[in-house]
Design a protein around this ligand. Structure first.
Ligand SMILES: [Zn+2]
Length: 227
């Protein structure tokens, strides 16, 4: 696999600058302007013109000899779970204990829950709205390692939160920065261009991505010093 970008020197990963865009950027469809997340008892403002499903590929990561991992971003209430192998829930969109499909009824019916197969793996992050996550570069590097190991045939990963912009955009940008040589500004611009102009919502999130890119640069510099 070629590595076109100047300065790319990660030995394991193909430069994500060679982005695969399987689908065009989403066309926003009308949605309601308010959404109440019952699980945390708070109301959030959802941009009135956005309802991201997560189906669209924002970027992909391809490791040598491993099928691609593709990434999308979703608004919590319009997320399409069937489209994801793994869902990175950054906004308490999913309950901590999955609800049964048959929630009430005679035993014969409740027993049918054994036949319900989850369509995707849900991983929940404790990540307050508008804030930066409490994790660093090594977390995002290891997280992608885990995805690679658990998805040997490749797969689609959807990051989501309530609106699909702040935490979702920051999560996507964090994965992009930790596996590329993009600057924080370049990664943010890219996510805003391909996913949504509203992605990455706060200065705390932008500052976090700057720190992440600096940590990544330090890691690459230390790699270069090794014989
Ligand atoms: Zn949007």
């Amino acid at each position: 696999m070629s590595r076109k970008s100047k300065g790319w020197h990660d030995r394991e990963w193909v430069d994500p600058d060679e982005i695969i865009r399987d689908l065009p950027p989403s066309n926003h469809t009308p949605a309601s302007s308010g959404f109440t997340n019952a699980s945390v008892g708070q109301s959030y403002l959802v941009h009135p013109r956005c309802s991201h499903t997560g189906v669209e590929v924002v970027f992909s990561l391809t490791q040598t000899d491993h099928p691609p991992l593709t990434f999308g971003g979703a608004t919590g209430w319009t997320l399409e779970p069937w489209a994801a192998d793994v869902i990175l829930d950054c906004g308490h969109v999913f309950p901590s204990k999955p609800e049964k499909f048959v929630t009430d009824g005679p035993k014969d019916w409740l027993d049918l829950n054994k036949l319900v197969v989850p369509t995707s793996t849900v991983v929940r992050f404790d990540w307050p709205d508008q804030k930066a996550p409490g994790v660093g570069l090594s977390f995002w590097r290891k997280a992608v390692d885990v995805l690679t190991q658990t998805l040997p045939k490749g797969g689609h990963i959807i990051a989501c939160c309530i609106g699909g912009h702040g935490r979702t955009g920051t999560c996507l940008a964090s994965i992009l920065i930790s596996h590329s040589t993009r600057t924080a500004t370049s990664a943010i611009d890219f996510i805003r261009e391909v996913h949504c102009t509203h992605a990455i919502e706060s200065k705390a999130q932008e500052d976090y991505l700057e720190r992440l890119a600096a940590a990544r640069d330090a890691r690459l510099a230390s790699q270069d010093k090794k014989p």
